[in-house]
Design a protein around this ligand. Sequence first.
Ligand SMILES: [Zn+2]
Length: 212
Amino acid sequence: MHNSISQEIINELIYIAKQMEEMKLVNVLEGNLSIHDKGLMYITPAATRKSTLEPEMIAVFDADDNQIYGNKRASSEKVMHQVAYTIRGDIKAVIHCHPPYLTAHAICHVPLDYTCHPEILVQFRDIPVAPYGQPGTREIIDNAKPLLKNRNVVLLANHGVLAVGSSLEKTCQRIETAEKFAQIASICRSLGTMQNIPQAEIDRIMAQEIET
Ligand SMILES: [Zn+2]
């Protein structure tokens, strides 16, 4: 094995991928996770049930896009991950998946606005919808780029969600929290209109720096 490849990172990727499958946030054909460390990108393979992942199935790419480890083909959304790391030099993890409530919002082009909820507003500000891009192409991430520059979670029109963060655990938590709130927003719409928290409170939160 290439001596700069970290077994610890491979294990972390598998652990979180399996957790996400248990939470039904990814499945066999959907969802890909990556970690970027010391110039290498570790990413889940294409068309593989996350619960069956073994260390040798994780694809590792060097800075020149050569696959230096892994006995499977990388996720077809590899480019989305690679470009996300160039857009945001401060991140170490990327997750793309299709959880039901977030994907429903992406399909209907309905952004999530959190001015109704202080704790979610602190984390996300909002989750906008990036214009449609063809799956498996660079178009997706190019369209999401302007939004991803100052946010950690973006919906991808007619497709799913993209999240980034300073660790894979934190990025996974973002997807989990965003999916839960997308479910709550769906319930709220059937009850009435979501009411904002006071403007002074929104202003106070918006003045805070957003965590990576
Ligand atoms: Zn997808």
